[in-house]
Design a protein around this ligand. Structure first.
Ligand SMILES: [Zn+2]
Length: 309
């Protein structure tokens, strides 16, 4: 684990970064050659080592090819920013902690969030998987709201003609969640809640033949047709789990997904003003946080390793 004291020292930040980026020794980011010569240091950031590749004769440095390259802030500021993001501080809090202009802090967190979301490995779920959806309230220029629990009552009947409900257009973007019990989660903001919208996501992220648990919402009714073993639970009868074979165990449930939604709700709470445009970045970031199964300062190493990988 990265020692926090080291984050206050730019030279040590570079040491940590090189360790994570090149555990087996420096490799050329252009051709992966290992025949590298050191070429002095950056003129403005003295801890930033420059190199030349012996194979392609190209120059690079510690940050070349990462999202941390090409910025005027020192590396320690970026890494502290990432550390605070792992602690789930808001952009405003990060600006204050680091003594940055709020716009700069916002740009930095957005860039780091984007880097994490673009680089994170996308899991393929199998075994016992639960699918469920919730609705966020997110406008276009920062009139956000908490992630809302859907209103189940009377919904099944009106769904067919319910295109206007829970769509981007109504500023209540739906979020689809897929979680493997005891495993990874995938969450995505949706344009709308229609079968044709969720089908490609389900087919991308859930291995064929997997047993998928959902409630009785009509968007999930073709799962068997799509090649899955489909189990449903009926929320409207006040039944969160059903004991089908009478052995006292309630096999059919979407409780794992429900639990995840409350974690997501708490995670998003400090970030007031997330717009629809930014919501996918926050969702993707939390997906990574959840899937790495670490919290607090333990998150910094996986976050930084992903950004420089
Ligand atoms: Zn090279």
């Amino acid at each position: 684990m990265i020692n926090l004291q080291n984050l206050l020292d730019d030279a040590k930040c570079y040491d940590e970064l090189r360790q994570l980026r090149w555990p087996e020794g420096v490799l050329c980011p252009h051709c992966e050659a290992s025949l590298i010569t050191k070429q002095g240091h950056d003129t403005t950031q003295p801890a930033r080592q420059k190199y030349r590749c012996g194979a392609g004769l190209r120059y690079f440095d510690d940050l070349t090819g990462t999202v941390l390259a090409g910025h005027h802030q020192p590396l320690k500021t970026w890494i502290l920013c990432l550390y605070f993001m792992g602690l789930n501080l808001s952009n405003a809090q990060i600006a204050e902690e680091l003594g940055l202009n709020p716009n700069d802090a916002q740009r930095m967190t957005e860039q780091l969030r984007t880097g994490i979301v673009e680089r994170q490995p996308e899991p393929v779920l199998s075994g016992e998987v639960e699918c469920d959806e919730v609705y966020a309230i997110a406008g276009h220029k920062g009139h956000p709201g908490p992630v809302q629990r859907k209103r189940r009552r009377g919904r099944r009947r009106r769904l067919k003609g319910a295109r206007g409900r829970g769509t981007l257009a109504t500023e209540k973007p739906p979020i689809l969640g897929m979680i493997q019990r005891g495993g990874a989660v995938v969450i995505r903001m949706l344009e709308n809640v229609q079968q044709k919208t969720i089908r490609p996501l389900i087919e991308t992220f859930i291995a064929p033949g997997t047993r998928v648990h959902t409630d009785e919402y009509v968007i999930y009714c073709r799962l068997t047709e799509w090649g899955y073993e489909h189990k449903t639970v009926c929320h409207s009868r006040g039944e969160s789990a059903r004991d089908e074979d009478g052995d006292g165990f309630h096999e059919i449930q979407v409780n794992t997904m429900e639990g995840f939604w409350s974690l997501l709700r708490s995670w998003l709470r400090p970030h007031r003003g997330i717009s629809q445009e930014k919501l996918p970045l926050y969702l993707g970031f939390f997906q990574f946080v959840h899937n790495t199964r670490s919290r607090g300062k333990g998150l910094l190493t996986p976050l930084l390793a992903l950004l420089v990988s």
